[in-house]
Design a protein around this ligand. Structure first.
Ligand code: MSP
Length: 658
């Protein structure tokens, strides 16, 4: 059977809005899936939402809406947040999906039949936010959850129990025989000492919670939410249901989880599966927390970096790269906007972005845009650069595959630095002055181009959008996501087309300015922003609207104005007025826009320019071509001459104007 890969994220509670902590695991899972796919491995990524339990019931009550309506609306927010980040999952599971509910009941039935579930009485303390029973000193009148700092609920009711106590030795055998089951090592040791401390039987149902899956044959009881939630990893693949036939193909999984939910995944979950006689996951890989001011970012402290703020200033690739590179996966890591800007400027703008633009610019200038390949004897690729890049590739693969993303990227960036130094050492600009057709110049530029080609392929999982953009600018065909760097040979025959549109993949960010904007955003609610002062109308300019015609801010926000870069531009045949332009609006795919500016702008003057587009305009056909958006321009003078709106400073594609 060929190798397959199945990765899961935790399923997210729908009692809070998505923030960067949720985005973290999801982006990592997405990058890993891209890494495996690029290497030809049949892969499946699962994510979704955890929608049952007392806390969700309470959140809906607090909003005064029916629980289903509450969860539906938050699920949409999570889906939109992940779509905006460019996450490409294979399945979104909701624990309210009927196929999941039926399979959870089936799993319950198996454990019951095998003698692992019995009925009893539970008395103790419970945290609705952790969804966990807590061992507390019984003398305390009103104990508080140490994590959420909220009072615990007192529970005294009939309950079904899981025979956890019977699982201790089997779990310890598992950790001993399969050291890869819990990673990193420090988490494995934590779990072993917890289980060695003894396991009490676990209360597995509640009569005081209604929002959940009923116990089969005893619907007064609701199944414990973690039993329901953990089962998602198998029900999604079609275990116990026929909504999908993926269990035999993809199971066992790699589970990515935060350290706060280690015990549920590394102790409860294998215990349930062992009891049911189901194969165990391959690995539970535990990551650390993103911190702000030394504390976990999240809803509890209200200190999370907000995704909408990030999107206003940074591209998806910048966010993804930063999270993979800055925080060692498995450890806690402080995350700040300043560090993000520094990473973008040093690694992306000055690193990969600069290497790409200097290489492509030289090809444009010295070779009329046709990338040189070594031809005659004596014009070989540089052997040293080649071998350093081959070892960077091997190191990248080993580290990324072991989830050491930061070190994998360090290896790739060593390759970038090497090619950069090679160019500087061989000063092609001097060679070009001496003889623009020399073999040496050809060999130097060919080596740089070839090095760049391999480096772009290597960085695809961390920079899916920018690498595609650079690839296209290099005149290369195909989808880099589907080209395996390990089977791409150095100097192989390639079908390369001419290079003509070069735009920087990563504009340099102005730290001071962005920080000032972020600071003012966090103190100004969008509704509270005063309207911009109008400039006094002159006779040639259409007067501003009278008060009665003014629109509300709600009307304005319907218009999705985005920053874009023009990648290509050409005249529309048989039209004096229309230009066809291809723009990068910060989305996975570029867009085509038709603009009536051909009488005033030459196509070649537009390529590489930053513009503003109306991104949510319904598509329209002109001269048989579809236009997907509108370019903004001022209309000047009697003739209505268009002057394209642009920026005096660098701004990332996709940034919203508001
Ligand atoms: N619903 C449970 C998981 C059930 S999985 C069968 C849950 N949900 S959660 O929404 O509270 O958290 C989901 C994940 O987000 C956890 O892995 C948690 O560690 C992660 N994070 C939340 N805040 C985080 C940070 N500040 N940093 C990193 N990850 C964080 O728990």
């Amino acid at each position: 059977m060929s190798e397959t890969f199945y990765v899961t994220t935790p399923i997210y509670y729908v009692n809070a809005k998505p923030h960067i902590g949720h985005a973290y695991t999801t982006l990592v899972a997405d990058s890993l899936t891209r890494f495996k796919r690029q290497r030809g491995i049949d892969s499946f990524m699962l994510t979704g939402t955890d929608e049952h339990g007392i806390n969700i019931e309470r959140a809906a009550e607090a909003r005064g809406v029916p629980v289903k309506q509450h969860v539906d609306s938050i699920v949409e927010e999570f889906k939109a947040a992940f779509a905006r980040l460019g996450v490409d999952y294979d399945l979104w599971i909701r624990t309210t999906d009927p196929y999941h509910e039926a399979s959870v009941q089936k799993l319950w039935g198996i454990l019951k039949e095998r003698g692992y579930i019995y009925k009893g009485h539970y008395e103790g303390w419970f945290c609705g936010s952790c969804n966990e029973f807590k061992d507390v000193d019984e003398k305390t009148d009103q104990p508080v959850c140490a994590i959420h700092e909220k009072p615990l609920d007192r529970i005294a009711e009939e309950s079904y129990f899981f025979k956890f106590s019977a699982m201790q030795q089997r779990l310890l055998d598992l950790y001993r025989d399969h050291p890869e089951f819990v990673q990193p090592e420090v988490r494995r040791n934590e779990v072993i000492s917890f289980v060695q401390g003894g396991l009490k039987d676990l209360s597995l149902s509640r009569v005081s919670v209604k929002w959940g899956i009923p116990v089969p044959d005893d619907p007064a009881h609701t199944i414990y939410v973690w039993f329901d939630a953990l089962a998602n990893y198998i029900t999604a693949l079609g275990w116990g249901n026929d909504h999908y036939q993926g269990f035999d193909r993809y199971w066992p999984a790699l589970h990515l989880v935060g350290k706060d939910i280690l015990r549920f995944h590394a102790v409860y979950w294998p215990a349930f599966l062992i009891a049911a006689g189901i194969e165990l996951p391959r690995t539970v890989f535990v990551h650390g927390m993103l911190l702000r001011g030394g504390q976990k970012m999240g809803k509890t402290l209200g200190n999370a970096i907000q995704l909408n703020v990030l999107h206003g200033h940074f591209t998806n690739d910048m966010i993804r790269y930063f999270l993979l590179r800055e925080v060692a996966f498995g450890q806690d890591g402080e995350v700040t906007y300043e560090a993000l800007i520094d990473r973008v400027n040093s690694d992306l703008a000055d690193g990969l972005g600069n290497l790409a633009s200097r290489t492509l610019t030289m090809i444009k200038n010295y070779f009329d845009g046709v990338p040189p390949r070594p031809q005659a004897a004596g014009t070989e690729f540089d052997e040293d650069v080649r071998s350093i890049l081959e070892s960077a590739k091997a190191a990248f693969d080993g580290e990324f595959g072991s989830l050491n993303f930061s070190r994998a990227l360090e290896a790739a960036w060593r390759g970038i630095a090497r090619v950069d130094k090679y160019i500087t050492d061989h000063h092609p600009w001097k060679l070009a002055k001496q003889d623009s057709n020399s073999d040496e110049l050809r060999a130097v530029i060919a080596t740089a181009y070839e090095g760049l080609r391999h480096l772009v392929l290597l960085t695809v999982p961390a920079l899916p959008d920018a690498t595609r953009q650079i690839w296209r600018q290099m005149g290369l065909g195909g989808e880099p996501l589907h080209i395996n760097p390990n089977t791409t040979t150095w100097g192989e025959g390639l079908d390369i087309s001419k290079i003509y549109a070069i735009s920087p993949a990563f504009p340099k960010l102005n730290k001071e300015k962005i920080m000032a904007e972020i600071d003012s955003e966090s103190t100004t609610a969008p509704e509270a922003q005063p309207p911009q002062p109008q400039t006094a109308p002159t006779s040639k300019i259409e007067p501003a609207k009278a008060d009665s015609e003014k629109i509300a801010i709600d009307d304005f926000v319907k218009i999705d104005l985005r920053v874009a870069t023009v990648l290509e531009a050409e005249r529309v045949p048989k039209s004096d007025k229309l230009l066809r332009i291809i723009v990068d609006v910060g989305e996975p795919q570029s867009r085509q826009i038709l603009a009536g500016i051909a009488e005033y702008y030459k196509p070649e003057d537009l390529v590489g320019r930053k513009i503003v587009v109306v991104a949510n305009l319904a598509p329209r056909k002109m001269r048989g071509l579809e236009s997907n958006g509108m370019l903004l321009a001022a209309s000047v003078g009697e003739s209505g001459r268009p002057v394209i709106a642009t920026f005096a400073e660098d701004v990332p594609n996709g940034a919203r104007l508001k």
